[in-house]
Design a protein around this ligand. Structure first.
Ligand SMILES: Nc1ncnc2c1ncn2[C@@H]1O[C@H](COP(=O)(O)OP(=O)(O)OP(=O)(O)O)[C@@H](O)[C@H]1O
Ligand SMILES: [Mg+2]
Length: 164
């Protein structure tokens, strides 16, 4: 799938990752599916945690390594929306995804953020936005890609890097 729009940025430290997470929280739309690509330790969970905290979630955000998915309730423009964070790294087979009922989570209303989407092929529904994180020196390179009209809308609303 060819991106309809792509942008890149350098995240020199964890606070930059947090700022991107906060910007993404403000750009979310119901039904958005985001794939997070990157090696172990690239910052996928750190970005999701920052996004959830900026979206108003006050509690902890753990990596759903063993449960594979973790739901959160957030408010979007005053409306409650479920955001589900997946980490498919330990998924043994596509059947596990189907048997867990994960496909039904992608209902056009829930926001789904997926770490290790590669492990969910070919049963994982397609993304609206892809975020690629890569270790670069002491920081991270990030690439944001819009892959649908909804993804385009999200990235157009995204004000990152923030203008002073
Ligand atoms: N921009 C940044 N520059 C430097 N370090 C960062 C940056 N953003 C996050 N980090 C650090 O990188 C690590 C990222 O860990 P995290 O658990 O988020 O990785 P992950 O991509 O989710 O890995 P996994 O595939 O194991 O789930 C954390 O220690 C975090 O503090
Ligand atoms: Mg992680």
């Amino acid at each position: 799938m060819q991106p309809m729009q792509r942008s890149t940025a350098f995240l020199p430290d964890e606070s930059a990752t947090q700022a991107l997470g906060a910007a993404l929280a403000r750009a979310l739309r119901p039904g958005l599916v985001i794939y997070l690509h990157g090696d172990l330790g690239a910052g996928k969970t750190a970005l999701t945690r920052a996004l959830l905290h900026a979206a108003g979630h006050a509690g902890a955000v753990k990596s759903p390594t063993y449960t594979l998915s973790e739901p959160y309730r957030i408010a979007l423009d005053g409306r409650a929306v479920t955001l589900i964070h997946y980490d498919l790294y330990r998924m043994a087979s596509p059947e596990e995804f189907l048997d867990a009922g994960f496909r039904e989570d992608f209902d056009g209303n829930n926001i789904c953020i997926v770490e290790w989407p590669e492990k969910g092929e070919p049963v994982l529904p397609p993304p609206d936005v892809r975020i690629l994180l890569e270790v670069s020196g002491h920081g991270r390179e990030v690439e944001l890609q819009a892959l649908s009209d909804l993804g385009l809308l999200c990235l157009e609303r995204l004000h990152y890097p923030p203008t002073p």
